[in-house]
Design a protein around this ligand. Structure first.
Ligand code: PLP
Length: 396
């Protein structure tokens, strides 16, 4: 599937130009505007901006010129009317949840997602006395059973961190429409806007931890969601009063990162596919999870809703946790680190590092085993990455 956007330009062109209308400065590289307050031409205009949460230049917590440019770029890449950014991925997930859920509401969430997203949503469910149903998201029947006429928000993550299990976005969107007037939000962080456009498949809100592929250089923490105007407005309305605004410099870094998003993701798709095949054929590997491998249980779905498999690979090697930890400790080029989506390859052990805050039974529900490794493939030469893996295999 080609990424669908409202403009006729191709993806990489949009990465460069989708925010042009927000940059009126005449600079090819937009300046960073640090001002937190803006001069009103007259009192009428001051009052107008004060009454309009969308106003561009009113007060720094409501947004900045740089944040608005970042939002315009994301809206363009996701085929949305508008986008709202925040100071982290979790921050924007929290804002989306607060925007659509009130005390006592019914909410559907998933087991297979980033650990801290699950912790956030579970704690919010307690705090707001939500009627929350968490389900196994790789089976569409589970959404069919869980979604009710009074459901207000359905949240899913696809591909899931770290197992790369998928959610059938089109199928779930259809069920949501048929059974409720809930908002359907999809965390598409692992795919990036290059590989998947959930709104074009029927979702209402797409969410990204922009810390990952969108920033792409492991130097900024941010989050963003994109949607049709009324839904984005509902999030912005909450957001501005809760206050997790994204500062101008981080917004500028994200715009700069996006300039090469298409190029980076193409390379990461290519590298990861080749390494997934290499790992799958390695005698010391038990299992590889990668959407574009035919062995992935949802491979047909991956081909239907994703343009490429992305840069994330999950795999299990022989020897369980002990061998896995030894393996990642010996890697040289790919660094032992959490986070993902950067230009440099990183590797981590989910059960003791990224998903360690979840109790074992919760990790099991998310499909995470002790021997699993999560590899974020960068843009290095693929032969060098392969050699790095080969060397680590030799040492265990
Ligand atoms: C899929 C996914 N969503 C959300 C988040 C949270 O993003 P952030 O760390 O920017 O708050 C992460 C972080 O790893 C993630 O992997």
């Amino acid at each position: 599937m080609q990424p669908t956007t409202k403009k006729t330009y191709g993806f990489q062109t949009q990465c460069l130009h989708a925010g042009d209308h927000r940059n009126q400065s005449g600079h090819v590289s937009p300046p960073i505007s640090l001002s937190t307050a803006f001069v009103f031409p007259d009192t009428t205009e001051g009052a107008r901006r004060a009454a309009d949460i969308e106003a561009d230049e009113f007060y720094g917590r409501w947004g900045s010129t740089n944040a608005r440019e970042f939002e315009a770029l994301i809206a363009g890449l996701e085929g949305a009317d508008d986008a709202v950014c925040a100071s982290s991925g979790l921050g924007i997930i929290s804002m989306v949840a607060h925007a659509f859920l009130n005390p006592g509401d019914h909410f559907v969430g998933v087991h297979a997602c980033y650990s801290e997203t699950k912790i956030l949503l579970e704690s919010l469910a307690k705090q707001l006395s939500l009627d929350a149903t968490f389900i196994q998201s790789d089976r569409i029947e589970n959404f069919e059973q869980a979604i009710r006429p009074d459901t207000k928000l359905v949240f899913a993550e696809t591909p899931a961190n770290p197992t790369l299990s998928l959610v059938d976005i089109e199928g779930v969107a259809r069920i949501v429409r048929e059974k409720s007037d809930a908002a359907f939000a999809v965390d598409s962080t692992f795919a990036s806007p290059y590989n998947q456009n959930p709104l074009a498949l029927g979702a209402d809100i797409v969410i990204h931890s922009a810390t990952k592929y969108i920033g792409g250089h492991s130097d900024v923490v941010a989050g963003v969601c994109a949607a049709r105007k009324p839904l984005a407005h509902q999030v912005r309305d909450k957001f501005s009063f809760h206050g997790p605004h994204l500062d101008p410099f981080s917004s500028w870094l994200l715009c700069r990162g996006i300039r090469t998003l298409g190029l980076r993701i193409r390379q990461q798709n290519e590298n990861a596919l080749e390494l997934a095949h290499y790992l799958e054929s390695h005698p010391k590997v038990n299992r590889v999870y990668y959407p574009m491998l035919e062995s992935h249980p949802q491979h047909t779905l991956a081909r239907r809703q994703m343009r490429g498999g992305g840069g994330m690979i999950c795999f299990e090697i022989q020897g369980g946790m002990e061998a896995s930890l030894r393996f990642i400790s010996t890697m040289q080029l790919s660094k032992l680190a959490v986070s993902l989506g950067g230009v440099s390859s990183t590797i981590t052990h989910p059960s003791s590092m990224t998903h360690n805050l979840l109790p074992r039974e919760e990790r099991e529900k998310a499909g995470i085993t002790d021997g699993m490794l999560r590899f974020s493939v960068g843009i290095e030469e693929v032969d060098d990455l392969k050699e790095d893996l080969e060397e680590a295999f030799r040492k265990i």
